[in-house]
Each structure stands twice: as C-alpha cells, then as structure tokens.
Design a protein around this ligand. Structure first.
Ligand SMILES: C[S@@+](CC[C@H](N)C(=O)[O-])C[C@H]1O[C@@H](n2cnc3c(N)ncnc32)[C@H](O)[C@@H]1O
Length: 253
C-alpha cells in the first residue's frame, strides 16, 4: 500500500507562527523526516519515528522520505519557513522527476509556512509594500555569475530585494559584493534591514542606511532586505519603522 508525503513549513521559529494546518499534518504523521534543527522544533509524539539528516543533504532526504512513503508510511518532511521557498518542496519534486516511477503514485501535499522575509518584514513595518524580488545569495546550486546577473536586474528594476542565504563561514564575501553592486543603483540613505533569527529568542533586527551597511556581521540565520528608491523610515513611539508605499514613480538608476 502506498503511503503519503506531506511537506510541512514550520514557519520562522516561534511556535505561534506555525499554522494549524502544519500542526495537524505533523500530528498525523507516522514518520518525521528533516534536518535536526527543524525536527527538534516539533514536539515528540509516542509512536512517531524521527529520521534526522544533515542540512546539506536535501535530495538524499527527499529520496529517503519518498522511499518511506512507498512502503505505506504517512511521512511528514519539514522545512523552516515556507517549504516552497529555497527548501524541501522543490527537492522532493526533483527527486520524483529523476526517481522511481512508483514515486509518482504517492500522494504529495505541500503545507505552506510563514517565510523568513514575511516574518522579518512584519517586525519592522511594511518594507514589502510594493514590488519586490527574492534572491538567494548562495552559489551552492547556481553559479555566482547568475547571482550577479539577477542582482543587477533587480537593482536596475528598482525592486525591494530580499536576500536569503546572505553569508556563511564558507561564503563571507558575497553580501559585501551584492551591497556594492546595489549601491551603484540606490541612494546611500536607502534602508537595509538585517533580520537575524526572526521570532526566536535570540532575534536581532537592525536597520542601517545602505552607505553604512557594508561589513555588518551577517550569518546563515539572517535575512537581508534592501529598500527600493521609495522605501523610507518613519520614527514612531515604537521606534524606527521601515515601509514601502503602495505607489511608485519611475526612478533614475
Ligand atoms: C535554505 S533558506 C530556507 C528559507 C525558508 N524556507 C523560508 O521560507 O524562510 C535559509 C535562509 O532563510 C533565512 N531564514 C530562515 N529562517 C530565518 C529566521 N528565523 N530569521 C531570519 N532569516 C531566516 C536565512 O536567510 C537563511 O539563510
């Protein structure tokens, strides 16, 4: 009997930012598959098996989950944020496309989650209030030349730019390069948001003008958002708010 595979978005970290649909899918699973940090965010349940894998082994993890489902298990595979944003949902479909024909018979469900950029945006106001684009700065799965090409197009198009995977120990230089490139198209006062570990106890959020943003310490748990030419800061009793109005003009670039 073929089982099922549910790809579950856990949200950015705080339990209250996990959707009821995600909690329900996790409660119904016989087997939980995922990177240790994310599996540990799911309460343990009697009788539910946990299958932990390394962070960089997404395709292998997807294949393992499909094999389990093929044997009749109700498998939940977990991702942080939304599973369709730089995460496990695409990895599962890559595995199905190149994998066993029987995997196409497995019922797959994707449960959305609150992605890091949405949680980060909500913390500072409404920086994504008008057109924006999302780019992963990691060159693990694409050449750096393609990252640069997309950054240039986004900068020239005057989009608000959300950067996932901005830096890691192995890639400390890429964010500086990206900010240099964007600085050629944006005023130095453009707000840049550094949102680290959003909704977790160690959360830290800083807003800096683009001209001071180079060199700000950033890690793999940080989401960076660079405003468009229309994005502005607003001082309120709650501190500095960042927002992008819903209307836009043609800007010089
Ligand atoms: C492989 S991507 C996964 C994105 C995830 N699927 C999502 O929708 O948020 C990992 C990147 O997401 C961002 N990220 C994930 N959780 C975050 C959080 N709680 N706070 C800030 N950034 C986060 C960071 O840029 C990190 O390098």
């Amino acid at each position: 009997m073929t089982g099922s595979l549910t790809i579950v978005g856990l949200g950015p970290g705080a339990p209250e930012l996990m959707t009821p649909a995600a909690s329900q899918a996790l409660a119904q699973a016989t087997d939980l598959v995922g990177y240790e940090t994310y599996v540990n965010r799911v309460p343990e349940r009697e009788g539910q098996k946990r299958h932990i894998s390394d962070n960089r082994e997404e395709l292998m993890r997807a294949r393992d989950a499909l094999e389990l489902a093929e044997t009749g298990a109700r498998v939940a595979i977990v991702s942080s944020g939304d599973p369709g944003v730089f995460a496990m949902a695409a990895a599962v479909y890559e595995a199905i496309e190149d994998g066993e024909p029987a995997w196409r018979q497995i019922e797959i469900t994707v449960i959305p989650g609150i992605s890091a950029m949405l949680a980060a945006a909500a913390r500072v106001g409404a920086p994504l209030g008008h057109d924006f684009c999302v780019i992963s700065l990691s060159d693990n799965l694409k050449p750096w030349e393609l990252v640069v090409k997309r950054l240039e197009a986004a900068a020239a198009g005057d989009f608000v730019i959300a950067l996932y995977n901005p830096a890691s120990k192995a890639r400390p230089w890429q964010l500086r390069h990206a900010l240099d490139l964007i600085s050629q198209h944006r005023p130095g006062k453009t707000p840049v948001i550094f949102a680290q570990a959003v909704s977790r106890p160690e959360e830290r959020i800083e807003v800096l003008p683009l001209e001071e943003a180079h060199g700000f310490p950033t890690d793999m748990r940080t989401l960076v958002m660079i405003g468009s030419s229309a994005t502005r800061t607003l001082q309120t009793a709650q501190g500095t708010i960042v927002y992008t109005p819903r209307h836009a003009e043609l800007a010089d670039s």
